[in-house]
Design a protein around this ligand. Structure first.
Ligand code: SF4
Length: 185
């Protein structure tokens, strides 16, 4: 199964990271202005995917963790990992996520795996320790809904990772009460 977390291509242990693009100041990949890092590699191949050029694991270019952190620090935004599916580089991403968290960044991560599927893989689970919100699951064209906040189809969930671990069950992210938006989540 190509998108199994146990696939031999799931993890890259080689540094640096493979990055397709970095977008600074985006407001579509999580709350507030964020720096979104689009990592190469995705085997989910969802029909209707907006970023098929990110599917090859060798798409984009190499970046060291220091180079990525330098871009993030420049605008001082919080961070979103997207792609592609960042989980295919989970092991290599760990030190980056750790560094960004030490710097006080809020981190969102998009993945085509479900939260439950990620739990079967140790490195992906370890990466979750540094993720605030996980947007999980593949994009399903028949469930596409342009009215949803920060995701494309209604099977995808905005999971508050810390609360989910504390509660022992999936707990969805909610906007801060000070935020007046009425967007549907
Ligand atoms: S998981 Fe995301 S990047 Fe991968 S094919 Fe699906 S929509 Fe595209």
């Amino acid at each position: 199964m190509p998108n199994s977390p146990n696939s031999t291509t799931v993890l890259s242990t080689n540094k640096p990271l493979r990055v397709v693009d970095i977008v600074e100041g985006t407001s579509v990949d999580g709350p507030g202005l964020r720096t979104s890092v689009y990592f190469a590699g995705c085997e989910h191949h969802c029909p209707g995917c907006h970023n098929p050029t990110t599917w090859p694991h060798d798409a984009g270019h190499d970046m060291t963790i220091d180079e990525i952190v330098k871009v993030v620090d420049y605008n001082n935004f919080d961070v979103t990992f997207s792609g592609g599916d960042p989980m295919y580089q989970a092991e290599a991403l760990l030190p980056l996520a750790r560094k960004l968290k030490l710097d006080g960044r809020n981190i969102w991560c998009y993945t085509g795996f479900t939260f439950e599927e990620l739990k079967a893989h140790p490195e992906m689970c370890r990466l979750l320790d540094y993720i605030d919100v996980l947007v999980d699951g593949p994009f399903i064209e028949s469930r596409r809904n342009t009215g949803l906040l920060f995701r494309g189809s209604d099977n995808q969930r905005l999971i508050d990772v810390r609360r989910t671990k504390e509660n022992g069950k999936i707990s969805l992210w909610k906007r801060e009460v000070t935020d007046k938006t009425t967007d549907k989540i």
